[in-house]
Design a protein around this ligand. Structure first.
Ligand code: NAP
Length: 339
């Protein structure tokens, strides 16, 4: 079958490595030809592209758990795409698939690196959000490391983001008192009214974040789910109880720092409180992803778990939407829909 419908193709490459907050000039959009597929390959059109904070780490040259993006090559990340041509018997035109793909409108893949997803079960964006990497991060980080018990106080930073809104609700499902921290009053209101928080704290409006956390947590903090690091985390950790669990999920407040600030040293507090502090990367739980997806799908069906997406339209808006993560422009999962 010949593809005649698509004549133009675009990709977005990393043009230069950001120093501090990324800018639009770190990216470049290019016109390229449409790939030709071989036996066992499929031609895909991007439908929904995920922007995630971890991508900032890959834009620098530092050694990490994933290799840096290469200059002059497209950014890659989570994408839901539509099969538009197939030479692979497992896929047919019209199938929706999920994978790690380039920021490119039309691209090819072999059949081994993609998973079929069903838009009639959940909206396609959910496979990049609550039923995808961020949701699974919330589920395993909170339940496996945090081990929240009924009646305990759970504090969540970055609470109104893709991971955070899931953490808050899963903590509430587990019978905890939940305090969510976010950087905008409308987000804080939603945390309380829709996402299971007993109290929301707007860290941008609080003059004394430590005092705000102490006031919100009169019985101390049993579980802290840390998405942001920095001063917010220093303040929460100062309030932990004996045998508290601190889950280091992300440190977004530090991702654009060129020199890391030296915060309070937390070891003394951990020692006095016999507390656990543990980092993790969600892929560590890959073998258990079906368990997490089943559990969260069930909670969604039962109306116990709800989710939000902030969808920007237009392939060309990918860099700006990514940069917006560091300015708090998203509520829930930030996605770009390709028209
Ligand atoms: P996200 O929350 O959807 O987007 C980022 C949010 O972080 C923004 O909306 C903003 O909300 C907040 N933020 C930005 N700069 C901040 C700052 N300087 N201080 C405090 N808050 C700031 O992102 P996500 O996908 O849910 O990820 C949340 C964290 O988890 C990130 O650190 C990410 O790297 C990490 N993560 C880790 C894993 C893992 O495997 N360990 C997996 C996924 C994500 P406000 O309006 O509240 O400022």
């Amino acid at each position: 079958m010949k593809q005649i419908k698509y004549k133009m193709n675009k990709q977005i490459v990393l043009k230069s490595r950001p120093i501090g907050l990324p800018t639009i000039s770190n990216f470049e959009m290019r016109e390229i030809s449409i790939p030709v597929i071989e036996q066992d390959e499929v031609l895909l059109r991007a439908k929904i592209v995920s922007v995630d904070p971890y991508m900032r780490g890959r834009m620098s040259n530092a050694k990490s758990y994933v290799a840096p993006f290469e200059l002059e090559k497209p950014i890659t990340g989570g994408v839901v795409a539509e099969v538009i041509e197939s030479k692979n018997s497992k896929f047919k035109a019209g199938d929706a698939v999920l994978g790690l793909f380039p920021w490119q409108e039309i691209f090819k893949a072999n059949g081994t690196d993609l998973t079929k997803v069903d838009g009639s079960i959940a909206s396609l964006g959910y496979y990049l959000g609550i039923l995808g990497m961020p949701g699974l991060t919330a589920y395993f980080g909170l339940l496996d490391i945090g081990k929240p018990k009924k009646g305990e106080t759970v504090v969540v930073s970055g609470a109104a983001g893709a991971v955070g809104i899931a953490v808050c609700q899963i903590a509430k499902i587990n019978g905890c008192r939940v305090i969510g921290i976010a950087g905008d009053q409308a987000k804080v209101d939603l945390l309380v009214n829709e996402f299971g928080c007993d109290i929301g704290i707007n860290y941008k409006a609080e003059k004394n974040i430590r005092k705000a956390i102490a006031t919100a947590c009169p019985d101390g903090v049993d579980v802290y789910f840390d998405n942001v690091g920095g001063e917010i985390s220093d303040a929460v950790i100062s309030q932990i109880n004996d045998s508290a669990r601190i889950i280091i999920c992300g440190q977004i407040s530090l991702y654009n720092e060129t020199a890391l600030p030296i915060g309070p040293r937390v070891q003394g507090t951990l020692l006095k409180r016999s507390a656990l502090m543990q980092g993790f990367i969600v892929n560590k739980y890959a073998a258990r992803f079906p368990e997490g997806i089943n559990h969260m799908s069930q909670w969604i069906k039962e109306g116990k778990l709800t989710y939000r997406e902030t969808i920007t339209k237009g392939f060309e808006n990918l860099p700006e939407t990514f940069i917006g993560l560091f300015e708090g422009k998203n509520l829930g999962k930030a996605l770009v829909e390709i028209e």
